[in-house]
Design a protein around this ligand. Structure first.
Ligand code: BGC
Length: 911
């Protein structure tokens, strides 16, 4: 019948023709969105040849870049005058607009550089120079650190767990041109200059494998310093450095017992001279109001001990102690690449009430990670304790038994000054509810504000559709990410865990990259993956590694080492991450190879398909039913496959062949060990079939049978999934790949448990750790393992973006340079839309089913191209896993396009 492309100039784009301007736009081209090493105006670059990226701005269909020119200087005025430049690329004929490598002289330690770019397009337009952007180099050698590490000498104050304060007064005699501070700590620090907080980051210097890599932050503090007397104040808390980490309260002081700081500031005067202010002799320390601060237990703040004005030059520090100078290995100091932790959404209580047990409780309406800021009035010595919880129990009482040994409480002792504010400084909580306990006195809580804290990744994706439950699921997935992307990818933010569980991170990475710009977040964490990986290639369960050495080597968890770099390469298209991680990827595969025999890896302990569902009432779901060695064999293959692909991308043909050979042996061994001649797997679970199909473990001829068995299994559970952490992420993807998107929709839309929508129906605002965290009768699952903010099952988000809305990247030309738009309507949805901010600009897609037709609107950013699959009953059929799906296939360049075609309300499949 028809496939209409709506809009007068549409055919130009549809046929690959270019040049017809879309309505309402002019013919100019601009350039913006400048990034250096994936960051906008980064403060701290550690590589001498950083990569530069930019976006073209043009409303003209089919716009592509044909050439660029970059110039780099030490001052913006040098760029404007086109003089004293330190690098000019000249007009370079190239389509490349991301990751162009800086080709000038190596920048010096601590140097700040400014740059601009202009572009030429395929219509002969040339853009003006972009606005100038900058990057600040880090300190490139350990010897660039002039400062000394200082620790507090508590003297006669007894303060073993209190947060020490450090201060120093210094004089500025001349007019200041700029001041730049470089700061890090053993523990977490907050820095102040003349009473002002330096920067707005929380939990600095972040969490890394502190004994191997310790980050520092760089701040432009020019505006905080003045002529005359100035004061620097630093407050340090235990943080991840010495708080108890890991369950059972046994593991503390993992990185050291003593807290300390390292601070240096470069002041450049207008007369061209330079001065350094550094931590070392002459600094003083004292204990402050924070009496103890622990990641799991929370903070105790006694405002009576507050040293008022301690960050001002005028403060009298006569009673303070001199600091202790200590030596530490500065070669492990590294710049910070990932976005720091910042305050984001704030919430006021939706309800404050008394529970049947008589507790005073506030509900913020959203489960999150962060803290509650309290405004309070009372007498000196009055004490308030704030406890945290994610849920109320069946009776409506405050319930946090699932926090296990984590006290997760902040206590405040009032100073008695009219109105006081409190918030914790060096810890965070996972919560939706708080309980306010007046421990002593008669104080009045005036105001409560919950603050969400997470790494400051730019939001990049949105998804919406006609089903409100799926929209809430999407919200919950995004909140799961916000609550657990707190400098490292954690399993959960509330109980005595909050660790960088590798398995959880790997299953969620693809979804994460749709929701937010996570390249820097994962690139930083992957450096710790490589740093903490054991010499034999085995991978610790958690990164940073804080458990014992036996907690390593599990299938599905260790594969974070291969899966996440590959996923980042797909989502962002930067080969550098593959190059940087190649050694670590290969070491993990080698570890598996060395522990295998005849291609079969069936040794060692494996966590398995964690928390998979099993219908027996007393079953706690932890020991997955799927044979763990069958799973191990699938992931062994999958990681090896990714290594083969990586070797190919990096141009290492020998290794590519060697590992392709290994891959064949692994697959052969799988058939020998786990598959009957007719294609029945030795474990008949959904996870077994899903992994065998996802990891291409079966020859083509056995795949239809495996798919049939998978469908039958789902049917036998009355249309429910039973998969755990390892099977779930691929379940719907496998069904779609083999032509059963309808079955995937049925699973996704299932409202009784186990299912994604069951928690939504129960009022969840985040993703639960378990399918049945709260049972239909209102009782809870085992409190020893029952988090209500665990993102792993949120991995379905990937399928929602790729399959419902249809946004995909080509897997050869990655990072959305080549885009594939392939929505698959179904499940009774009448519309869906998604957007994705890429390094080229925004992709958006919308579809709507109206009167037997599909209407689609697709927008593709400049300098990219897309293949659009318009689902229709009237077009060529495209083969998909043995089934034929009907699409009209169109190739388009940048621009906005509308399509309309006949379409029924489900995936267009020829049965
Ligand atoms: C964590 C998980 C993790 C699992 C593996 C749990 O305690 O919360 O998310 O992957 O342990 O054993």
């Amino acid at each position: 019948m028809f496939l209409a492309v709506v809009g007068s100039s549409a055919l130009a784009g549809m046929t690959g023709g270019e040049g017809l301007p879309a309505e309402g736009c002019n013919d100019t081209i601009g350039v913006g969105g400048l990034l250096v090493e994936h960051q906008s105006a980064p403060m701290g670059i550690g590589v001498l040849r950083p990569s530069l990226s930019w976006q073209l701005r043009s409303a003209i269909r089919g716009t592509r870049q044909t050439a660029y020119a970059i110039r780099v200087g030490r001052k913006i005025s040098d760029l404007e005058d086109n003089s004293n430049l330190i690098w000019e690329s000249g007009k370079t004929m190239s389509e490349q607009s991301v990751y162009v490598v800086y080709g000038g002289r190596p920048p010096g330690s601590g140097e700040r550089l400014f740059w601009q770019v202009r572009v030429w397009d395929n219509f002969g337009h040339v853009s003006p120079w972009s606005a100038a952007a900058s990057w600040q180099m880090g300190l490139l050698k350990a010897s660039d650190w002039l400062a000394k590490w200082i620790e507090a000498d508590c003297g006669n104050e007894s303060c073993p767990s209190a947060s020490p304060l450090f201060r120093r007064v210094f004089q500025c005699g001349k007019v200041i041109r700029s001041a730049t501070a470089f700061v890090t700590a053993h523990g977490l620090y907050e820095a102040y200059i003349n009473g002002h907080r330096v920067g707005d980051l929380h939990l600095t210097p972040g969490w890394t494998s502190y004994n191997r890599r310790l980050q520092y932050q760089i701040y432009d503090v020019t505006d905080l310093i003045g002529a005359g007397q100035n004061a620097i104040g630093l407050m340090v808390g235990s943080g991840w450095y010495r708080s108890t980490l890991g369950w059972g309260k046994v593991n503390r002081n993992i990185y050291g017992k003593e807290l300390g700081v390292l601070f240096q500031m470069k002041i450049e005067y207008a007369d061209g001279t330079t001065e350094w202010v550094i931590s070392g002799e002459g600094w003083k320390s004292s204990a402050g109001a924070i009496r103890s601060s622990e990641i799991y237990d929370g903070e105790v703040n006694d405002a009576r001990l507050d040293k008022k004005g301690w960050t001002l030059a005028s403060y009298d520090d006569a009673g303070w102690q001199p600091v202790r100078l200590v030596k530490a290995d500065n070669s492990i100091l590294t710049v910070t690449y990932n976005e720091g932790v910042r305050e984001h959404e704030t919430f006021t209580p939706v309800r404050i009430f008394s529970t049947p047990d008589g507790d005073r409780v506030a509900d913020f309406g959203q489960n999150m990670a962060g803290f509650v800021r309290v405004r309070v009035r009372g007498r000196r010595g009055d004490t308030l304790t704030v406890d945290h919880a994610e849920v109320l129990d069946k009776a409506g009482n405050f319930y946090n038994r699932n926090y296990r040994t984590a006290r997760s409480a902040n206590s405040y002792v009032l100073a008695g000054d009219s109105v006081e504010y409190f918030e914790p400084h060096f810890t965070f909580q996972g919560f939706r509810y708080i309980r306010m306990r007046v421990v002593s006195g008669d104080l009045k809580v005036l105001d409560l504000q919950a603050v969400a804290l997470y790494s400051d990744m730019k939001p990049s994706g949105t998804f919406r559709c006609s089903n409100p439950l799926l929209n809430q699921l999407q919200q919950n997935i995004q909140w799961g990410q916000r609550g657990n992307f707190l400098d490292v990818p954690t399993d959960c933010p509330q109980r005595d865990e909050r660790l960088g569980w590798t398995g959880d991170a790997q299953v969620f990475a693809a979804t994460a990259a749709y929701n937010m710009s996570v390249y820097n977040f994962f690139a930083k964490w992957l450096k710790d993956v490589a740093a903490d990986q054991f010499a034999n290639g085995s991978m610790p369960y958690v990164i940073p590694h804080v458990l014992d050495s036996t907690s390593s080597g599990s299938t599905g968890w260790g594969d974070a080492a291969t899966i996440i770099p590959w996923q980042m390469y797909l989502s962002y298209g930067d080969k550098r991450i593959l190059k940087d991680q190649y050694g670590s990827m290969r070491a993990w595969v080698e570890y598996m190879r060395r522990n295998s025999r005849n291609g079969c890896w069936n040794t060692g302990f494996h966590i398995g398909d964690w928390l998979s569902y099993h219908p027996e009432a007393d079953y706690d779901g932890r020991s997955a039913v799927t044979d763990k060695y069958l799973i191990a064999q699938c992931f062994f293959a999958y990681s090896t496959q990714l290594l083969v692909q990586t070797a190919h991308v990096l141009g290492k043909p020998e290794e590519e062949h060697r590992y392709a050979d290994l891959l064949r042996r692994i697959r052969t061994a799988f058939l020998r060990e786990y598959v009957s001649p007719n294609g029945r797997l030795s474990s008949a679970t959904q996870t077994a079939y899903v992994l065998a199909l996802h990891c291409d473990m079966l020859p083509e001829r056995l795949r239809p049978e495996a798919v049939r068995r998978l469908l039958e299994n789902i049917k036998s559970y009355d249309g429910h999934l039973t998969t755990g952490f390892l099977g779930t992420p691929y379940l719907c993807g496998v069904l779609s790949r083999y032509g059963h998107t309808d079955a995937a929709y049925r699973l996704l839309l299932q409202e009784s448990y186990p299912s994604w929508l069951y928690p939504v129906k129960q009022g969840a605002t985040t993703i639960w750790e378990r399918w049945d965290g709260i049972r239909p009768d209102g009782t809870f699952q085992d409190p020893d393992m029952n988090s209500f903010n665990h993102y792993a099952y949120g991995a379905i988000g990937n399928w929602m973006y790729t399959t419902i809305a249809g946004i995909n990247t080509d897997d050869v030309v990655t990072g959305y340079k080549k885009i594939i738009i392939r929505p698959r309507p179904g499940g009774g949805l009448t519309s869906a839309s998604a957007t994705l901010e890429t390094y080229y600009g925004k992709i958006s897609t919308e579809w709507e089913l109206v009167n037997g037709a599909i209407r689609m609107k697709v927008t593709i950013p400049p300098n990219t191209s897309a293949t659009v699959y318009v689902p229709t009953t009237d077009a060529h059929a495209v083969r998909n896993g043995g089934k034929r799906e009907r699409y009209q296939v169109k190739r388009i360049g940048a621009g906005e396009y509308r399509f309309e075609a006949p379409c029924k309300s489900s995936v267009m499949i020829d049965e």
